[in-house]
Design a protein around this ligand. Structure first.
Ligand code: AMP
Length: 191
């Protein structure tokens, strides 16, 4: 089983790289951001509850997002070799909850891959994405808030996985293919 967390600041390319990893290693992709945007598009009760957090660039409360993940992590497709978590865990409390969830399922995280990109490049990429993504949180003021939230609440998750020897950082500057090559080498070294 290959259970990967792909981490990194907003704009680090986690989503793009996840798609490539899913295809190469046949993993189930769990992106909490995508799950939340789907709920918002469907205007579900949950979607309406989370919209204000997302549009302000804040995190959705831990208990809400943990419940959502719990629902999706349990029904893993039979033919996949594991999961890739993209955008989760984003707080240490989420990481702790994840460990408990996985233990119950008799699974564990193989590696956390942290995709590192310069702050100026992140802002540039997110502003560019905002021109076509239609995402309510891809505008400068919200981007800055999301980066702040990332440094304060999400970066400590790296320490959590450093302590268990599962943390690896990857240079996230360069072309999509170059970055994917670095990530593939890391995954192959863990198999
Ligand atoms: P993303 O697509 O991963 O950049 O997520 C977009 C937004 O969804 C974030 O800015 C948060 O508001 C919310 N979100 C996604 N994943 C989480 C999470 N694990 N915990 C809390 N909020 C989340």
């Amino acid at each position: 089983m290959l259970n990967i967390i792909i981490s990194g600041a907003p704009g680090s390319g986690k989503g793009t790289q996840s798609d490539l990893i899913v295809e190469k290693y046949t993993l189930k992709h769990l992106s909490t951001g995508d799950l939340l945007r789907k709920e918002m598009a469907e205007k579900s009760e949950l979607g309406q509850m989370v919209e204000s957090y997302i549009s302000r660039g804040e995190l959705v409360p831990d208990n809400m997002i943990i419940d959502i993940l719990l629902k999706h992590i349990e029904n893993q497709a039979e033919d996949s070799n594991g999961i890739i978590l993209d955008g989760f865990p984003r707080t240490v409390a989420q990481a702790e909850a994840l460990e408990i969830m996985l233990k119950k399922l008799d699974k564990e995280i193989s590696v956390l891959i942290d995709v590192k990109v310069d702050e100026n490049e992140l802002i540039k990429r997110l502003i560019m994405r905002g021109q076509t993504s239609g995402r309510c949180d891809d505008k400068l003021e919200t981007i800055k808030k999301r980066l702040d939230v990332y440094h304060t609440l999400t970066e400590p998750v790296n320490e959590f996985y450093k302590n268990s020897g599962k943390y690896i950082s990857i240079d996230g500057m360069g072309t999509i293919a170059e970055i994917f090559d670095r990530i593939s080498q890391t995954i192959d070294s863990k198999r």
